[in-house]
Design a protein around this ligand. Structure first.
Ligand code: NAD
Length: 454
């Protein structure tokens, strides 16, 4: 489960040898540490117009007024090495309008600090936009995805796509920008995330480092891997947790729950009464349920021509049918109504397809459809439903992949490495947070810009 190659080319004597031989060196990624600055240097805000001015003002503003107190430049200064570039492209009207901000960004890329960030802010291309406007807006998509592939040193490029009518300073826009700038999004690369609505930021958060304070979260498949990391990360962010896993994983589950003073619930999520049992446990032990994280998942890979019926149906049952039934029980209960958050684990296989995974990809694409259709059901309560689609993550699931295929899979992303469970957990924590309330029914990839699919 460790990426030995990544370690060797970045440490000690083998680092020198790798450098001399010109071997590809996947970068060590900048990951979140409490208390560390949001970005480690000055930030260039590129783009002209009121939106760019408003964003720059917020980034540079005093913390007492909700600002981020960053060293913001509005023009690229010669010789300055930037930690981040925010390109505000919301006001482009024709493709030719992209030239100026794109070239400004290009001008500072060589000096971008390791672990740097480029974030675009743009508007979605809509069917009733005129052709020139739609071309300009859609152009941002190709620009950002290609730019991300050119970045080095663990730097990433991501975009916030702000729905019509939502101001660029809306709480969820700023929260998404902050997530992309931060080390929490270390393995999110080449992605555009839509912010659909300007909703209040939800329950007031006194402590920004603990946005989930007072919230009760259920995480399924919590005994190991990504689920365990989600538990630890959500607790770090202030939540109280119910950790769910099958009885066979009971001992591991108890260790995970005890380590964070959460409670453990041994339960097969495919049980017909799983939803009510989860709810009863959460209410009895914690008095409420605010966030449901559907993480439990299995693979039973086979080419479709060789697929036995039980391989197909067990994957669909755990990965999507159980999620649907549990969510339905929560919705019917009337207890999941205080700005609830649902976050479900999809997969890049469900987006791009993967040979040998017709069953798994059907289930994971199903999850993407499920959250899209669940979001409007939760919206009346200030709730959201979103998915996180991991690419290759270093867990026991991927440790089962044959060694050579595993090595290749790791390098098939812009960041040239697999992600860590915590990278997925950070995305889940972000979508579960009150400030992400304007993101509704979306799927965020955490894949290092895996080269397959979009
Ligand atoms: P994992 O196999 O390490 O852990 C999955 C956990 O789910 C296990 O603890 C298992 O006991 C539990 N589980 C399985 N069936 C269950 C059931 N019926 N009821 C309750 N718990 C059950 O997997 P992981 O790599 O940590 O993956 C977590 C999620 O992320 C899954 O949904 C997976 O499909 C998804 N994902 C993982 C990767 C990756 O690269 N590891 C990539 C894309 C998506």
């Amino acid at each position: 489960m460790t990426d030995t190659y990544l370690h060797l080319v970045n440490h000690g004597a083998t680092r020198t040898v790798a450098k001399k031989l010109g071997l590809p060196r996947p970068p060590v990624l900048r990951r979140y540490e409490p208390g560390a600055p949001l970005v480690a240097g000055p930030v260039l805000v590129a783009g002209r117009g009121p939106d760019a001015d408003a964003v720059a003002q917020h980034l540079a503003g005093p913390p007492a007024e909700g600002g981020w107190d960053l060293a913001v430049h509005r023009h690229a200064d010669d010789g300055v090495r930037y930690a981040a570039v925010v390109a505000v492209l919301t006001e482009v009207a024709r493709p030719s309008d992209l030239a100026d901000p794109a070239l400004v960004v290009g001008g500072v890329l060589k000096g971008l600090l390791p672990g740097g960030r480029v974030v675009t802010l743009s508007r979605p291309a809509l069917p009733d936009d005129g052709p020139a406007l739609a071309a300009a807006r859609q152009g941002v998509d190709g620009f950002l995805r290609s730019l991300a592939k050119e970045l080095r040193g663990g730097a990433t490029g991501n975009g916030v796509v702000v729905a019509a009518g939502v101001p660029v300073t809306a709480a969820s826009v700023l929260a998404t920008l902050r997530f992309f700038l931060s080390a929490r999004s270390a393995y999110v690369d080449g992605q555009l995330l839509e912010v659909d609505a300007d909703v209040p930021a939800g329950p007031v958060v006194a402590d920004e480092a603990r946005p989930l304070e007072g919230r009760v979260v259920v995480v399924t498949g919590a005994a190991q891997g990504i689920g365990r990391a989600i538990v630890e990360t959500l607790v770090r962010d202030g939540a109280r947790v119910v950790a769910v896993d099958v009885p066979a994983a009971g001992e591991k589950l108890a260790r995970v729950a005890n380590a964070v003073r959460g409670t453990a619930l041994q339960l097969d999520v495919t049980a017909a009464d799983a939803g009510t049992r989860i709810l009863e446990h959460a209410l009895a032990r914690h008095g409420r349920l605010d966030v449901m994280v559907h993480n439990a998942g299995i693979t039973r890979d086979k080419l479709l021509a060789n697929m036995a019926p039980d391989r197909w149906s067990s994957v669909l049952a755990v990965n999507v049918e159980a999620q649907l039934r549990i969510t339905e029980a929560l919705l019917e209960s009337g207890e999941f109504v205080d700005a609830p958050r649902l976050v479900a684990l999809a997969s890049t296989s469900g987006i791009a397809g993967n040979r040998g995974q017709t069953n798994y990809a059907a289930s994971k694409a199903g999850v993407i459809g499920m959250v899209r259709a669940t979001a409007p059901l939760l919206a009346p309560f200030g709730g959201t439903a979103n998915a996180v689609a991991p690419g290759f993550i270093e867990t026991e699931m991927t440790a089962r992949i044959p060694p050579v295929t595993r090595q290749v899979a790791r390098r098939l992303s812009t960041l040239q490495q697999g992600g860590l469970p915590v990278d997925v957990a950070e995305a889940v924590a972000f979508l579960a947070s009150p400030a992400a309330g304007g993101i509704q029914g979306r799927t965020l990839r955490v894949c290092g810009q895996n080269l397959v699919g979009r």
